[in-house]
Design a protein around this ligand. Structure first.
Ligand SMILES: C[S@@+](CC[C@H](N)C(=O)[O-])C[C@H]1O[C@@H](n2cnc3c(N)ncnc32)[C@H](O)[C@@H]1O
Length: 280
């Protein structure tokens, strides 16, 4: 993996998955990391990330987490971020110079067949990837194949049903219902986080440790994370005839208004996490 290699295109086409959220440098991607980033970094550190390690970040998006991994792995380590979206990777690639890491590479490819060297990574991470996949178990098995014996897996994912708005807000409930209906149509599971530990066990990982993190807000930008995420997925809902654009606009206005009132609480979706090891 060379220094500052550009993303390679069309290496491994994504089989079947059609990702619905926005790609590129969006405020939502940054907000996700502001809201969940501390918990993610803590879990990865707890799983044993050390300087000198070889790490893969699958479904790395614009590489916010990948760059942190590269800082931790340091100049003697090696980090690769892989994503199916060239647009995400062009943002990741443009920013990678700022890390100052000698061995950070981004690659375009599918998590099912990464084309990365088998049995060679000390750690494989993924955050908010598996809930978008038609075959999350196949992806976990590919992750296991990439790890050396004793290597660590760290996965984190969402459970959309856990989102709480207090006092209950109809727009919040309806937007979650629409998102779950879209997931059903697409054959993916926005509540996959709740199945993460069982799935990691089924994929053959051992020494499993589970975590859960549900940030909540009375004010501030984090309180709008669900609204922004819903709006990114809304065009796919309209395309699927689940909802008309007019209702989407009404829901967006109601969600924005609820976010402004400091007497309402929004707990964003629970992020479940699992770490585990490949048998030595
Ligand atoms: C919600 S984003 C998460 C990005 C990043 N992991 C983070 O937490 O900031 C999910 C990412 O998974 C990528 N993705 C979706 N399906 C994929 C697949 N089959 N193979 C590789 N990447 C995929 C998308 O392009 C998107 O960048």
């Amino acid at each position: 993996m060379g220094k500052h290699s550009p993303p390679t295109s069309n290496m491994h086409p994504v089989v079947g998955d059609r990702y619905v959220l926005a790609v590129g440098d969006t405020a939502t991607a940054r907000l996700v990391d502001e809201v969940y980033g501390l918990a993610t970094r803590q879990s990865i550190s707890d799983a044993g990330l050390q300087p000198g390690m070889r790490v893969a970040d699958l479904g790395c998006g614009t590489g916010i987490l990948t760059r942190w991994l590269a800082e931790q792995a340091g100049s003697t380590g090696e980090v690769v971020g892989l994503d199916a979206s060239g647009k995400q990777l062009s943002v990741a690639g443009a920013m990678q110079g700022s890390v100052g890491s000698a061995k950070l590479t981004f690659r375009e490819g599918s998590v099912y067949e990464t084309g990365l060297p088998r049995g060679s990574f000390d750690m494989v991470c993924c955050r908010f990837l598996l809930c978008h996949l038609l075959r999350p178990l196949d992806a976990l098995q590919e992750m296991r194949a990439l790890l050396r014996p004793g290597g660590a897996l760290v996965c984190q994912d969402m459970d959309l049903l856990s989102l709480i708005n207090e006092p209950a807000n109809c727009a919040c409930r309806r937007s979650v219902e629409l998102s779950l209906a879209l997931a059903d149509i697409r054959g993916v599971d926005y509540c996959f986080g709740a199945r993460l530990e069982d799935s990691a066990r089924e994929a053959g990982f051992e020494a499993l440790q589970a975590t859960a993190e549900q940030p909540w807000f009375l004010r501030g930008e984090g309180k709008r994370l669900w609204e922004y995420t819903f709006l990114e997925a809304a065009p796919a809902m309209v395309d699927a005839d689940l909802v008309r654009q007019r209702e989407v606009d009404q829901l967006a206005a109601e969600l924005a208004s609820a976010a402004k009132h400091e007497n309402t609480l929004l707990a964003t979706w629970m992020m479940f996490g699992v770490s585990g090891r490949k048998r030595v």
